[in-house]
Ligand binder design. Structure first.
Ligand SMILES: [Zn+2]
Length: 243
């Protein structure tokens, strides 16, 4: 069976969005593509879903708009499933409605998955290692849980994007016009980055716990990525002290 790989950014968005709405279900689309036989979830979209305490409905119009947008971008990405929250009642099951919804997704894309998250324990304990998050597929009337893991290589993209952003900020600084406005932007960015670093550190621990079979090369990659991120944050702190 196809393995599911989730990018840190997609996971952050899901956990963050679900954690903000504990009074009702919330959900959206999973964006990605099949790569090397793995379903690679690279991002999520959060449309105007009409959630209730136990029911989340996604607007088909939103689905069409997002599908068209992805098509125009031409990166080969499409809607590869959906996600929704079960605030307080666990991610261990799919309701009949969930199963029927998943059947629709699988008919549109035959490798489609359903991701279910219960954010309650994370909100109270802030422990990502214990995140209640499951991924399912449906066969007939039955659902089956799938293995998933967090993509490490995407972290390099985070670092690259960050480095690009820093150089843009630096270039802007040379022009010096509205320093105050830019400063607030940079400070916001720093806070985001600190949060991201913490999240990624936690992710690395999750990965260590679940992927005991990984080779020392992979472990080396993980640590070097983490070191790059720490260096990156360090660079930002130095930059801030210079401004
Ligand atoms: Zn559900």
């Amino acid at each position: 069976m196809t393995k599911v790989k989730i990018s840190p950014i997609a996971l952050i968005k899901i956990i963050d969005t679900a954690s903000r709405k504990l009074d009702r279900e919330i959900g959206g689309f999973l964006i990605g593509k099949i790569e090397d036989g793995h379903l690679n979830i690279v991002d999520v979209e959060i449309p105007r879903s009409r959630g209730s305490k136990t029911f989340v409905e996604i607007d088909p119009l939103d689905m069409a708009i997002i599908a068209e947008k992805l098509d125009k971008e031409g990166k080969g990405e499409s809607i590869v499933g959906w996600w929704h929250s079960h605030p307080g009642f666990g991610a261990d099951f799919m309701s009949n409605l969930d199963i029927n919804t998943q059947k629709v997704y699988q008919s549109l894309f035959n490798k489609a998955v359903a991701l279910i998250i219960d954010p309650k324990s994370y909100v109270s304990e802030k422990n990502l290692r214990k995140i209640d998050l499951k991924i399912y597929r449906v066969t007939g009337e039955k659902y089956k849980e799938m293995d998933w893991y967090i993509a490490v290589d995407d972290m390099w993209r985070v670092v690259e994007d960050g480095m690009k952003l820093i150089s843009e900020i630096r270039q802007e600084k040379v022009k010096v016009n509205d320093l105050m406005e830019r400063m607030s932007g940079v400070l916001e960015f720093k806070e985001e980055l600190m949060r991201l670093r913490k999240t990624i550190e936690d992710f690395l621990v999750i990965k260590r716990d679940f992927m005991q079979f990984q080779t020392s090369v992979e472990t080396f990659m993980m640590y070097s990525t983490l070191l790059s991120l720490l260096f990156f944050v360090f660079v930002i702190l130095i930059f801030l002290s210079l401004v």
